[in-house]
Ligand binder design. Structure first.
Ligand SMILES: [Zn+2]
Length: 97
């Protein structure tokens, strides 16, 4: 019984802390539409791509300066001021492929 109560308190505290982090702009919730809430650090990590396996749900990130270069070039060409960037590539991982 005591163990259950402790688990509930821990869960609430974790989500309250994550909300604070998101509200302060330090973190961001990422949603791959699979019903799982994920959070990641935001500062200094704008230019990366998420690869998401649509079969097993495995996901990983790839950091590449070319993403930043492309984003900057396209935004300039379209006379667009980017404030946020998100790149998600869906498909099958090595195991599911
Ligand atoms: Zn997979």
């Amino acid at each position: 019984m005591a163990r259950q109560e402790n688990a509930a308190i821990g869960y609430t505290t974790v989500y309250r802390t994550l909300k604070l982090i998101v509200d302060s702009g330090l973190g961001e919730m990422v949603d791959f539409n699979d019903g799982v809430r994920r959070y990641e650090r935001k500062l200094g990590r704008e230019y990366h791509a998420h690869f998401i396996c649509t079969k097993c749900g495995k996901n990983f990130e790839v950091f590449d300066k070319n993403i930043e270069t492309l984003s900057a070039r396209l935004s300039h060409e379209k006379n667009f001021l980017p404030t946020k960037h998100r790149l998600e590539i869906f498909g099958l991982c090595k195991t599911c492929n």
